[in-house]
Design a protein around this ligand. Structure first.
Ligand code: NAD
Length: 256
């Protein structure tokens, strides 16, 4: 699928995997709307890649609508990456009070609202806009990639909300791909393993934590890079024969 002359939206595009995906899509010729809560990082990246920043909280349906309109006003919206996401106190679980907080309804609802419902809301609104595009030679009008996680298949202590949210992203992949195929839209999911991004926090403590995490990976024994994930995201977006798939990119960690 050709992206030159198209717009793209990357939620969570200000950081980590989303930022790498935004750079990769810009390099493929798309004008990228970086949709994120973080204005400073998002605006800087948008300037770097000659895109546009949109202040979006994915739990706010009007802000999603505004981002879809902003992208469609630039050029036909043909690519969307849903990378906005949060974990829940992964590094501190087990310490006093943390399990209680991780199992609070507030925590569970917040994580599911951002990671699962926010993703679904962008999918449905973007698909409506994409369905108006002229089809390419395959009849394709647009392509969407959602970010799940290996935690959808094998969760860690204190990560019930995260695993449930990402399990939902995996679970919706095939039915939503089936629904959207009728409109000429492909949808795939990328499930990362342990990737070196600010999701684990920043600073010396986080660096030590991440170095330790890398030892759990089958091979290579390190965390993945955002660029390694972005490359699979772009493949799923642009490969005309990828549809309804969940692809793990995880160095073989937690093989089923
Ligand atoms: P990150 O923290 O670097 O980036 C996530 C971005 O999402 C941030 O810029 C943040 O501001 C944004 N965001 C958070 N809540 C938002 C909201 N309500 N509305 C809009 N934006 C919001 O994290 P990352 O590691 O790049 O994660 C990207 C995606 O990949 C997430 O969905 C994450 O769950 C998933 N993932 C990451 C890893 C990993 O090891 N890094 C592993 C598996 C899955």
């Amino acid at each position: 699928m050709e992206l030159t002359g198209s717009s793209a939206i990357v939620t969570g595009g200000a950081s980590g995997i989303g930022a790498a995906a935004a750079r990769a899509l810009a390099a493929k010729g798309a004008t990228v709307v970086v949709a994120d809560l973080q204005a400073d990082k998002g605006e800087a990246l948008a300037e770097e890649i000659k895109g546009v920043f949109a202040q979006v909280d994915v739990t706010n349906t009007e802000q999603i609508a505004a981002a879809v309109k902003a992208a469609s006003d630039i050029a036909p919206l043909r690519a969307v990456v849903n990378s906005a996401g949060i974990g829940w106190a992964q590094r501190t679980i087990g310490r006093d009070g943390q399990l209680e907080s991780a199992h609070s309804l507030e925590a569970f609802t917040k994580v599911v609202q951002i990671n699962l419902i926010g993703t679904f809301d962008m999918v449905r609104q973007a698909a409506t806009a994409m369905s108006q595009n002229e089809p390419d030679e395959d009849g394709c009008r647009g392509s969407i990639v959602n970010l799940a996680s290996v935690a959808a298949f094998d969760g860690q202590i204190g990560q019930a909300s995260y695993s449930a949210s990402k399990g939902g992203v995996v679970g919706m992949t095939l039915p939503v791909a089936r629904d959207l195929s009728a409109a000429g839209i492909r949808l795939n999911t990328v499930a990362p393993g342990l990737i070196d991004t600010p999701i684990y926090g920043e600073g010396p403590d986080s660096d030590a934590f991440k170095e330790n995490l890398g030892k759990n990976v089958l091979f290579p024994k390190r965390l993945g890079t955002p660029a390694e994930l972005a490359s699979m995201v772009v493949e799923c977006l642009t490969n005309a024969y990828m549809n309804g798939e969940v692809v793990r990119v995880d160095g073989g960690i937690r093989m089923p």
